[in-house]
Design a protein around this ligand. Sequence first.
Ligand code: NDP
Length: 327
Amino acid sequence: MNTTNAIRIHELGGPEVLRREEVALPEPGPGEVLVRHEAIGLNFIDTYHRSGLYPVPSLPTAIGMEGAGVVEAVGPAGAAPSFQVGDRVAYGFGLGSYCERRVMPTGQLVPIPDGVDAETAAAAMLKGMTSWYLCRRTYRLSAGETVLVHAAAGGVGTILSQWCKALGATVIGTAGSAEKGEVAREHGCDHVILYKEEDFVERVREITGGEGVPVVFDGVGKATFDGSMECLARFGMMITFGNASGAVPPLNLLRLSAKGITVARPSLAPYIERRADLEEAAGELLGHIEAGRIRLTIGQRFPLAEAAQAHRALESRQTHGCTVLVP
Ligand code: NDP
């Protein structure tokens, strides 16, 4: 029987619950292919699955959502799309990516264009399609608008800031250190606020001449939510899409009325559930990357076996840009 190395959890908890194991690898069934990973993307959601903040369907389970690699075997023909042995493929929302090889339904995969390497594809899919829906769907950003992106030197932050910039926006980004501030500037931010040292609400008011911004992209969560609400202009949209500093507590809706604010709490899954939407999201993202309008920075690489170290680094704000696990 074929086997593969995987990082799995048998219980919820800290990074120490991540275990390296040899697990059985089934033959690909109809509409499935066997993918050999070349790179695996690290995401904050992996830490939520590990800790239990977001539920996993069952335990034990392999975690990880994002990866890129090569098709090694093809199952009997199933529903479209179909792939051939040797095709380069990537995906951004398939639980169980922390492994060397896995069987995947073809409907979750997209081809990687020739001009994009495997590490870039592995790092881009989840964070990049998230950036896509944030500025192209949840909020339909227009040229000339000024936006606030929190954690602008992070994985989503570096991609989203460049995407907003490419759409013609002025981008204000927050960052946790001067070094990260530089990273944010290099990835599309026109203004950088070092939010550990400066009051970001005051600085946003200053930069926008007291108006505030029409949209805040907030993946930091608990620590920034209240301040982000203060940064909004009349009829602004608060998009809270993550919990890096902890989950946002329940919101009193009456807080929205004075300025006519809209609050959105989206997630990637529904935006790419239909194949046509997945292809549109991945197509726009990979097109921007190929054209050089969006540049991915791999700030850190960890061997897959050291996934626990990678989680510690991500959760203690020691990473910048994107992080990949190397199988
Ligand atoms: P990042 O690479 O952005 O890492 C998180 C960053 O958040 C840190 O580097 C840090 O940057 C900042 N941060 C601020 N406070 C804290 C804290 N107390 N602990 C840890 N980090 C903190 O991660 P990702 O790009 O993977 O994800 C960014 C956010 O987006 C996450 O909240 C994630 O859950 C969310 N997300 C949501 C999706 C969705 O569809 N809803 C999909 C993808 C991601 P600094 O030091 O500069 O402050």
